[in-house]
Ligand binder design. Structure first.
Ligand code: ADP
Ligand code: ZN
Length: 215
């Protein structure tokens, strides 16, 4: 399947993407994971992105577009892909449209995960992430704690609170989302691609997507 996942930070894009990739071998492409990996590896991209990310601001479009143009042409995308965290602005959506046309790729849908702000805030303040850039498994201190406190079940690395998951940065990310990314639902509605799903259960979200695209 070829999908865009839209939704505020904490709406559950990553969780839904993991469940969907298990169905047909399509790959999850998370620009946030790619950028955090680059920051930890200390690459030039990471150095350029770091300050924006810490503040909860968006990284400049040209950096993201460069990453995505390469990523979408890698062989593992042939079976399909789920875009998680991209596009984030109208210019990114326009650029993606051009890129997909150039590559001869059609999307199945742009899925908007519509989750109330109080649920989002609760999820983000209790969220913890594996610090290993190759893993980045997500935990939650209330609903999904690691088996051993502070240690990733999958890879044994420390599980930490992300630098941009302080209350101040979270509020900034939500404001940025509402201002720059929320308008994308209108964009994809006009493109005839929008599927709006308002459920806080990832199983229900996955079922709605499967029904919509017929798999
Ligand atoms: P969130 O949980 O806020 O959705 P992500 O993991 O998707 O977080 O992204 C973390 C940070 O990486 C963002 O706050 C932003 O600084 C940067 N980022 C990720 N994707 C993009 C993008 N498509 N455009 C610009 N910045 C991005
Ligand atoms: Zn891990």
């Amino acid at each position: 399947m070829r999908l865009i996942l839209l939704g505020a930070p904490g709406a559950g894009k990553g969780t839904v993407a993991k469940q969907l990739t298990a169905l047909d071998g399509s790959v999850q492409i998370s620009t946030g994971d790619i950028l955090r990996g680059a920051v930890q590896a200390g690459t030039e991209l990471g150095r350029k992105a770091q300050e924006y990310m810490k503040r909860g601001d968006l990284v400049p479009d040209e950096l993201i577009l460069g990453i995505m143009e390469k990523r979408l042409q890698e062989p593992d995308c042939a079976k399909g892909f789920l875009l998680d965290g991209f596009p984030r602005t109208i210019p990114q959506a326009e650029a993606l449209k051009g890129l997909l046309a150039k590559l001869g790729i059609r999307l199945d849908a742009a899925v908007n995960l519509d989750v109330p702000r109080d649920v989002i805030l609760d999820r983000l303040t209790t969220r913890r992430t594996c610090s290993n850039p190759k893993c980045q498994e997500i935990y939650n201190v209330k609903s999904k704690p690691p088996k051993k406190d502070g240690v990733c079940d999958k890879c044994g690395s420390p599980v930490v609170q992300r630098e941009d998951e302080t209350e101040e940065a979270i509020n900034k990310r939500l404001d940025t989302y509402n201002e720059k990314t929320a308008p994308l639902t209108g964009f994809y509605e006009r493109e005839g691609l929008l599927l709006n799903v308002s459920s806080t259960s990832s199983d229900e979200v996955v079922a709605a997507i499967r029904k919509h695209i017929g798999i």
